[in-house]
Design a protein around this ligand. Structure first.
Ligand SMILES: *[C@@H]1O[C@H](CO)[C@@H](O)[C@H](O)[C@H]1NC(C)=O
Ligand SMILES: *[C@@H]1O[C@H](CO)[C@@H](O)[C@H](O)[C@H]1NC(C)=O
Ligand SMILES: *[C@@H]1O[C@H](CO)[C@@H](O)[C@H](O)[C@H]1NC(C)=O
Length: 612
């Protein structure tokens, strides 16, 4: 008998058993780990490292995938372990039979069907490998839940998934999301710019509308940062023009045309004079069509900020038409609007760079207006975070002065011009119906209305539940936000991005507004920060009852999330920093502008990106 054959058998059998033991041990470890993973609740926002209110937060589908992959992984490992255990048992049984019949050996040896053994081990190995693959897929989902989805340019998650890609600079000009999501160093500016601004009207007071508010907040902030600002705007001879204590802020005034626009020939002459004195302008900014497209052609260092484009306004027209009473004549804006959109699509490309004030209008500019994506940049509006901030004591004082009793469990607030466009007719009707049909609601709700306009007087008809405060200055308005439980904006205008919502959020208040794309896409992106409704009386009533039923506790929680989100995105500082970087990037500084157009995402603690 050949001695080498049994020895080989001895070794292979023990190796088989050792290998199977190894598989079973490692698999049990993984199975246990995967089981623990399943016990963890991925949809709980507390487990996410990122702000779950951002659009980057992983969807529920990712969480579902995570669980499925865990289950697949679990079953694969279990399958592998069972096959391995089965094989081991088979070998042991064979061994026992040998032990019964033959002499006892020091090293166990057994005769097993080798083909079956090979197939078994292969199946077991395949099970383990599959388990590992599913585990890896589950881990990728886990990273997405923790750090934001891969598809939305979240640098932190990309860096975690592919360590090699870490810290790759990105091209700001084609950055698809709002620049507000990025962080720019606060001071000092790397270079002082000479900036020209064209704006139809410069506000005298703070109660100005969206476009003028934006012009004021942004350019005063830029001047404070040391840039040289030349503002080309109109003034009527009899109104006093505001003065500012800044030596780097220049106003070039002219008489408006009959239609109230800038006199293009005149302001262009003023601009040329300034362009040829001392040094030429680094960058030109126009609020909407302050500078007409006929003049903006060929200027590569120009940016236009749109505060409402015709495509967005068509939603407004539809709402207005649906709310029209039979006595009112049909608004003919609706039929005109399509023509207006086509006109805009034709002339918008004459502006080199476009700033959209909401994510939705950025999308429309790229998709419908067909402007190349590297010329469309989203910079959301910001409001002064030094003025609008939480102050509970001031809020209480304000309520006391108005004689609002603590028994009033819900204080609703509205502010702005009290006109039809801002949705006051539907708000009036909804409140009227609710006060009539539900006495408990009437007994517990107070509505504070700041601002003036025709609906101010009408609201007084609703009785003592409504307090019309008249127009408030900025400091009073900041206190007003602190006195309310929730801010309601029933606006019927779909274009632009409303400032009052941002002010209320910075004051740590939840917000409630009409479901228009700019608001749902950039501001009230989910129930974490507030409520939305369709511009119908039924939908508004439903939302108001919902707010009331949720109560103060829930509202305060939402207010906190609103405050965090607005500090991240909606501060004047953030807006000014983003514009400054855009202006540096598109300025005529050939040598350096490329560097300003690159954004260096930073890793870990140091979130301050640096210029390349
Ligand atoms: C001044 O402006 C107002 C409108 O703001 C206008 O009605 C008035 O006629 C203007 N002229 C004078 C001299 O007040
Ligand atoms: C401003 O002046 C610079 C330098 O003279 C010139 O290159 C540029 O074309 C001028 N800009 C406009 C819009 O005329
Ligand atoms: C008022 O509304 C609340 C909540 O919708 C409801 O529970 C209550 O019964 C209503 N009260 C009256 C008087 O209709």
């Amino acid at each position: 008998m050949n001695n080498s054959v049994p020895r080989q058998k001895i070794t292979t059998t023990s190796i088989h058993i050792m290998a199977l033991d190894g598989i079973v041990n490692v698999n049990s470890l993984f199975t246990f780990a995967v089981f623990l993973g399943l016990a963890w609740n991925p949809t709980d926002p507390n487990y996410s490292l990122i702000d779950t209110t951002t659009t980057c937060a992983a969807s529920l589908a990712v969480a579902e995938d995570l669980v499925s992959f865990h289950v697949y992984s679990f079953s694969s490992f279990l399958f592998s372990s069972l096959v391995a255990s089965g094989l081991k048992q088979a070998i042991r049984t064979a061994k026992q039979q040998i032990g019964d019949t033959a002499e006892v050996r020091s090293v166990p040896s057994a005769h097993v069907n080798t083909k079956l053994l090979r197939v078994g081990i292969l199946a077991s190995a395949a099970g383990s490998a599959l388990g590992c693959v599913f585990l890896m897929l589950a881990l990728i989902d886990l990273v997405q839940i923790k750090l934001g989805t891969l598809s939305c340019w979240s640098w932190y998650s990309l860096a975690a998934v592919c360590p090699l890609e870490k810290n790759q600079p990105i091209n700001l000009l084609s950055y698809p999301s709002a620049w507000n999501h990025l962080s720019f160093p606060s001071k000092p500016p790397p270079k002082l710019l000479k900036i020209a601004l064209f704006v139809k009207k410069w506000p005298n007071r703070y109660q100005a509308g969206g476009l003028e508010r934006h012009a004021l907040t942004l350019h005063l902030a830029l001047a404070k940062r040391g840039h040289e600002l030349h503002i080309f705007t109109t003034t009527s001879s009899n109104s006093s023009f505001p003065r500012y204590p800044m030596s780097n802020l220049y106003f070039h005034l002219s008489k408006p045309t009959a239609a109230g626009y800038l006199d293009q020939a005149l302001v262009w002459k003023q601009f040329q004079t300034q362009n040829s004195t001392r040094k030429p302008f680094d960058v030109i900014h126009t609020e909407s069509v302050g500078l007409l497209h006929t003049r903006s052609r060929k200027l590569s260092n120009l940016a236009v900020t749109w505060h409402g484009i015709a495509y967005e306004a068509i939603h407004t027209d539809i709402i207005q038409e649906l709310l029209r009473t039979p006595e009112e004549a049909q608004a003919y804006a609706l039929t005109e609007r399509a023509v207006k959109i086509v006109e805009e699509v034709k002339f918008f490309p004459s502006y080199a760079h476009h700033v959209a004030t909401s994510d939705h209008s950025g999308d429309v500019l790229k998709r419908i207006y067909m402007i190349p994506e590297e010329r469309v940049h989203v910079i959301l509006n910001g409001v002064d975070e030094e003025i609008f901030k939480p102050d509970v004591a001031k809020g209480k004082d304000f309520k006391q002065k108005l004689g609002i009793l603590e028994s009033r469990s819900l204080v609703l607030g509205m502010a702005g011009r009290l006109v039809k466009d801002k949705g006051h007719p539907i708000m009036f009707e909804a409140l009227k119906q609710m006060f009539l049909e539900n006495s408990t609601f009437q007994g517990s709700v107070i509505v504070l209305v700041a601002g003036d306009g025709p609906w101010g007087a009408r609201y007084k008809d609703l009785g003592t539940n409504l307090l019309v405060l008249g127009p408030l200055d900025q400091a009073q308005l900041a206190t007003f936000y602190n006195a309310i439980d929730i801010f309601v904006n029933p606006t019927l205008r779909a274009q632009g991005l409303d400032h009052t919502l941002l002010e209320a959020m910075l004051s740590s208040k939840p917000v409630m507004a009409t479901r228009v794309a700019s608001i749902t896409g950039s501001v009230i992106i989910g129930p974490q920060v507030g409520y939305t409704f369709s511009p119908t009386i039924a939908s508004l009533k439903k939302a108001l009852y919902g707010v009331w039923e949720d109560g103060r506790g829930v509202l305060q929680k939402k207010g906190q999330v609103a405050r965090e989100r607005s500090l991240e995105l909606f501060t004047a500082t953030k807006m000014a920093a983003a514009y400054e970087r855009l202006f540096l990037c598109i300025s005529n500084d050939r040598e350096n502008s490329n560097d300003y157009c690159r954004y260096q995402p930073s890793s870990g603690e140091n979130r301050d990106p640096h210029y390349m």
